[in-house]
Ligand binder design. Structure first.
Ligand SMILES: [Zn+2]
Length: 841
């Protein structure tokens, strides 16, 4: 039998600083708020699908105004989203968004939970979502979260009764929540979980509705509100100097990768709750009505509640340490209780409050932010009591059992510093995000250890435990080993301490395209995570590919240094693709992983250990025209991808768009959402159309319907819609087999639509004038054919092409057919005269 790791994030003290990785140093009034919270024994679980779905105003209200234990269960980690701050996508974006949620909760006072569901991309209907997720596994994880967190109240962000009206993940999250509400209490459901958690029946479940779900404020006002009520979440917290919506805005602004910076408001602010399960509270201001949220909830708990009330009343804001003796007494009383959910939670909270009252600062810092298994690292430890309260540091025990120091009196404001070596055991596991350790499926992460399941992060297992004797009680404070430096610009700068392999290696490009038989030199970057690394590197490669030389030595003197090796890679004659992996041989070990660093200021530095794989693709591709001008939109890697297949691509800045510049190019391509993001295009549109009229080729990639800077997208009428085809395997019909786009210089067949990723495309036009020729038809299951994914029109002597196909997603994954089709788009109008086919637009 094992107990899950329950309390990994300390949410009792919040943190409004941008340096989320610094330890919290609560103020006197924050300590007071935490003491108030000790007297509330009730909890709320907010539930939705993605990082950023959560309503931070409601979460902050529950955590700070109601003082309930509050958590957000996000079914996914948001891998399928966009990234506005950097190049990370998919699982690495999931790591960033996980940390953004953790940062958000540190601000609004909630805790963060997850399931194994993977955000695989957009789906229109919960049926599609639940077919790709393993419904039973996700449901099991929701039940697990409920049994572990034991919420009295569950609040869903989405409506379980509205399939098809929003993202399928959204509706699914609410449907699973409604199902799990009853299942969590049923011991015949997921009985394996009961080895480590008990069954649990929440009292009520709500849908956090708003006018948005009704389509308009008028419809919302007119709706039946028998089961619905409003709560004011606009409180002002004098102790923090902030209104609840101001805290919520700070929290929401953590979602920087999604561009969700938010400005706080002040004053009354209402949230609406509709009862879904359980009984409707009569007092609409109290969603806990009928639930005892006092210490009477716990057997023999009443005297603790009484004592805590006294502590609260006599709290001295100028001398929090005056409360320590009574707080220690409360701690002792709690230890005498039978074990229970609340005993564990409140013991931990109380211990931290006592440390905060004393200004007790305990830290253990390593000399480096990484160490390898079977190595020794130097630690610097610090302990200081900044209060007149008498206390003794009885021992410091490092993970592994080494005792550093015994019986030191911690006198008022007297700093104690110790050094110690720490041996990292040879079987220490690397501290990478646990959900990425094993290969999952499209819809699910694989997590083999149930104790880890649902945790936001991999628990830090390298720790120092400070045992401190205060008023006759030994309180144990476990601190993870951290790394900190003084940065000349940032000042004090913290990084997590990680266990890493001795060496990591990666090929510098994740996807390498070979447009012909020519060999290419590829770079393998090997990084040492210990001194004196000696070995050799080979490349695992697909059959038919040749690598020269077969192996190369690697020899690195210092930890942290890199060595770059060049291998000559020759592709086979015919179309072929596969994966290449650097294999670093050190002694008897072979290392095949890479370590990815994620370094942004708003989240802690992340090291992610992943299989080191690069895709190599030999394309059978022909192309005409060489010089491409690219006008960037919201950001994509299309220019780099086109360079890989041999095009010269120049980025054209909006201010440089003029007839002379444009005339130098065979084709001009607009980046994704250029008409949504580049204001200057409003004034440059005519120049682009003139370029086409005079024989140029203009390719416009997808834009969204909202907020376009131009009234007319194309030289002829063309209207965008919200049509999208989200199934990346959706069947494609070639509408116009004579179209040049399907024939020249590459013959496009249905095979070219194999192996696409994430989706076919989005925001397809649904109305166009007769000058346009639709080339392809496709649709998601159960929908009408969508013919607007690729449209071409002759204008003057040139060609205008509009496409909502997701080339920007396919190129980085090396999807061969996407490259071949795009090469045809770039080659249009350059057909040779002796072509034996009669080609139309
Ligand atoms: Zn969402």
């Amino acid at each position: 039998m094992f107990r899950p790791y329950f309390f990994l994030i300390l949410t009792l003290f919040y943190c409004f600083s941008a340096q989320a990785q610094q330890p919290k140093k609560p103020t006197s009034s924050e300590i007071y708020q935490a003491i108030e919270k000790l007297n509330f024994l009730g909890s709320v679980l907010y539930l939705a699908a993605h990082p950023d779905d959560e309503n931070t105003r409601l979460i902050s209200h529950m955590a700070n105004a109601v003082k309930a234990r509050t958590a957000y269960l996000s079914l996914t980690r948001g891998d399928g989203g966009q990234n506005l701050i950097g190049p990370e996508l998919r699982e690495l974006l999931g790591v960033i968004r996980t940390q953004e949620l953790v940062a958000a909760r540190k601000i609004d006072g909630g805790e963060q939970l997850f399931t194994r569901a993977n955000d695989f991309g957009y789906s229109k209907h919960p049926d599609e979502t639940l077919a790709i997720w393993n419904k039973n596994e996700v449901l099991s994880d929701v039940v697990w979260a409920i049994r572990k967190f034991q919420p009295d109240v569950i609040i869903n962000r989405f409506d379980h009764r509205s399939p098809g009206t929003t993202h399928g993940h959204h509706t699914s999250s609410a449907m699973l929540s409604v199902e799990a509400f009853d299942m969590a209490a049923d011991k015949t459901k997921f009985p394996n979980q009961l080895k480590s958690v008990d069954v649990w029946q929440p009292r009520r479940e709500f849908f956090n509705t708003s006018w948005w779900f009704y389509g308009s404020k008028e419809k919302f006002d007119a709706a039946d509100k028998t089961n619905q009520f409003a709560i004011d979440v606009g409180a002002f917290y004098p102790a923090l100097g902030l209104s609840n919506p101001e805290i919520a805005a700070l929290s929401r602004s953590s979602h920087k990768s999604q561009g969700f910076g938010n400005t706080g408001t002040r004053g009354n602010d209402f949230e609406y709750l509709e009862l879904i399960k359980g009984d409707l509270p009569k007092d609409k201001n109290n969603i806990f009505e009928g639930i005892d949220t006092s210490w009477n909830r716990v057997k023999d708990g009443k005297p603790i509640g009484d004592l805590l009330h006294k502590i609260q009343e006599s709290y001295d804001f100028t001398n929090p340490s005056g409360s320590i003796p009574k707080l220690v007494e409360a701690y002792r009383l709690i230890q005498n209780l039978e074990s229970s959910h609340w005993k564990t939670i409140k013991s931990e909270d109380l211990k931290n409050i006592i440390a905060a009252c004393a200004g007790l600062y305990l830290e253990v810092a390593a000399e480096s932010n990484t160490a390898t298994p079977n190595s020794t690292i130097k630690l610097n430890l610090e302990a200081i009591n900044r209060s007149p309260q008498k206390m003794t540091l009885t021992s410091i025990v490092l993970s592994g059992g080494t005792m550093v120091k015994e019986n030191t009196d911690l006198k008022f404001n007297e700093s104690h510093r110790f050094n110690s070596p720490l041996n990292i055991p040879s079987d220490a596991s690397c501290s990478s995000p646990y959900w990425l350790n094993s290969k999952g499926t499209l819809g699910m992460y694989r997590v083999d250890d149930q104790r880890l399941n649902g945790l936001p992060e991999t628990p830090k297992t390298i720790t120092a435990t400070f045992n401190v004797l205060i008023n006759g009680e030994i309180l144990s404070y476990s601190r993870p080993v951290i790394y900190k430096i003084n940065d000349p610009v940032k000042g004090e700068y913290y990084k997590p301490f990680e266990i890493v392999p001795e060496v990591a290696a990666h090929i510098s490009e994740p996807v390498i395209i070979f447009a012909d038989e020519e060999s290419k030199d590829i770079q393998v970057v090997v990084k040492a995570y210990r001194n004196n690394l000696d070995g050799f590197v080979q490349l695992a490669h697909p059959r038919g590919w040749e690598i020269y030389p077969e192996k190369q030595n690697v020899n690195i003197l210092h930890k942290g240094e890199e060595q770059t090796l060049i291998f000559k890679v020759t592709p086979p004659k015919d179309q072929s693709e596969g994966l290449m992996t650097p294999m670093v041989h050190i002694g008897k070990e072979v290392y095949t992983k890479k370590l990815v660093e994620i370094n942004y200021g708003h989240i802690p530095f992340q090291l992610v250990l992943l299989p080191s794989e690069s895709k190599v693709v030999r394309l059978n591709i022909h192309k005409k025209g060489e010089n491409i001008g690219y006008i960037e939109g919201a950001g994509d890697v299309v220019p780099e991808s086109l360079r890989q297949i041999g095009y010269h691509v120049a980025i054209i800045k909006p201010e440089d768009i003029n007839a002379e510049t444009l005339s130098r190019f065979d084709a001009i391509v607009l980046g994704i959402r250029a008409y949504n993001t580049v204001d200057a295009l409003k004034f440059k549109q005519k120049l682009l159309f003139d370029f086409v009229e005079q024989g140029g080729n203009l390719i416009v990639q997808y834009n969204t319907t909202g907020g376009m800077v131009v009234d007319e997208l194309a030289p002829y009428p063309l209207e965008l819609s919200r049509d999208r085809v989200t199934d990346e395997n959706a069947e494609v019909t070639l509408l116009n087999t004579n179209s040049a786009l399907l024939n020249y210089p590459n013959k496009i067949t249905l095979n070219d639509f194999d192996g696409w990723v994430q989706e076919r495309g989005l925001y397809f036009p649904d109305k166009w004038s007769k000058e346009f020729t639709p080339v392809l038809s496709m649709h998601d299951q159960g929908e009408s054919p969508k013919k607007g994914s690729l449209l071409v029109a002759k204008y003057g002597k040139g060609h205008y092409i509009y496409t909502g196909l997701s080339f920007f997603r396919e190129f980085p994954e090396g999807v061969a057919g996407a490259y071949r089709l795009f090469a045809n788009m770039l080659s249009i109008g350059k057909e040779t005269i002796n072509s034996n086919q009669s080609l139309k637009n």
